[in-house]
Write a protein that binds this ligand. Structure first.
Ligand SMILES: [Zn+2]
Ligand SMILES: [Zn+2]
Length: 253
């Protein structure tokens, strides 16, 4: 199974997962044109797109869902809250597939498990994706690293994990007070320190990489996030930072 991180950050999020000629998309925060360009620049081997999963309705994850679904002629998967919040009902699509957090969704070669995350959205989801005996965890937009998330991320070979902000940069930064409180709340985003502590609790010998994801452009730097993640990895697995305006070269899970 291969992963391409097409965009990561508060300006837009999009992932593509590919295995044996099939491809799944996770989140749709990029325009149709950017999505295609970045798929190409990631080097991800070509494959048939078969579905788009949405984690929640916030614009940086859902704004291009209708466009991507029509362009690739694929169904959109989400919780009822996410689909409603993304204003997709009544739009011309190629099918809506509802799931509940806690379900197991079988699609093509992939098994996708959505689970609840704590975030200020209607019914948001984190995901684990399994194919060919490899397991990828996708967990961003979380105010807290709950015991459920910890359980679901056991045994992953690759992680896309939120390192949203540096706590000092957030509190000393220019954001208005209510926004600072929202980000730091239990339904906001994980700080670098919280993410590192969480990561330390799920590290195991088969973990190959962790993408530090959803970095705040105002309240974090790739250097800080990576430095914090490297304190956990100690060279045992690869850490890299997702980028908002550029795809990362794809890698094997
Ligand atoms: Zn987000
Ligand atoms: Zn969000």
């Amino acid at each position: 199974m291969n992963l391409a991180v097409l965009a990561s950050g508060s300006s837009g999020n999009a992932l593509a997962v590919q295995y044996r000629g099939q491809m799944l998309f996770f989140d749709a925060g990029l325009s149709g044109k950017q999505h295609l360009l970045r798929l190409e620049s990631s080097g991800l081997p070509g494959a048939d797109p078969i579905g788009l999963f949405l984690s929640h309705e916030h614009g940086d994850h859902s704004r291009a869902a209708g466009i991507l679904a029509r362009k690739w002629e694929i169904p959109v998967f989400g919780t009822e809250g996410t689909i409603q919040g993304s204003k997709l009902i009544g739009k011309k699509l190629h099918g809506i597939e509802y799931f509940s957090n806690g379900d197991t969704v079988q699609i093509g070669h992939f098994t996708v498990q959505p689970w609840t995350i704590s975030h200020d959205a209607r019914d948001p989801s984190g995901f684990t994706v399994t194919a060919g005996g490899r397991k990828l965890g996708i967990a961003t937009d979380m105010g807290v690293f709950s015991p459920l998330v910890q359980t679901m991320l056991q045994g992953c070979h690759g992680l896309v994990f939120e390192f949203n902000h540096d706590i000092d940069m957030l509190w000393n930064g220019s954001y208005p007070w209510p926004l600072k409180q929202r980000i730091a709340s239990g339904e906001g985003h994980l700080s670098n320190d919280a993410a590192a502590e969480a990561l330390a609790s799920i590290v195991h010998g088969e973990l190959r990489f962790c993408v530090a994801a959803h970095l705040s452009e105002e309240n974090n730097t790739a250097e800080l996030a990576l430095k914090t993640a490297e304190q956990v990895s100690e060279g045992r697995f690869r850490v890299l930072a997702g980028k908002p305006y550029q795809a990362l070269p794809f890698f094997e899970v």
